[in-house]
Design a protein around this ligand. Structure first.
Ligand code: SF4
Length: 76
């Protein structure tokens, strides 16, 4: 899940900027939000979504990937 549209994701990719992605296995534990609030927030359903950002620091996303208990986060 992401607040980014596919078009925005493609634009970032074209500009050489990777973005994070949260898949449907998210259980809403909020670990990623606690670790990297610059990248993730919980939506109205309590599940993680990626915040729109022009520059995703690798560490913000990598740390959240390492902390996610269900491997729901990846680079895209
Ligand atoms: S750490 Fe994983 S399971 Fe927990 S809210 Fe983030 S994406 Fe969802």
């Amino acid at each position: 899940m992401s607040l980014l549209t596919e078009k925005q994701r493609e634009e970032l990719k074209t500009a050489g900027i990777k973005s994070a992605y949260v898949n449907e296995t998210c259980i809403g534990c909020s670990a990623c939000v606690a670790i990297s609030p610059e990248v993730f927030e919980l939506d109205d359903d309590g599940l993680s979504v990626v915040i729109q950002c022009n520059n995703y620091d690798d560490k913000w996303v990598d740390d959240a990937i390492g902390a996610c208990p269900v491997d729901a986060i990846s680079w895209k």
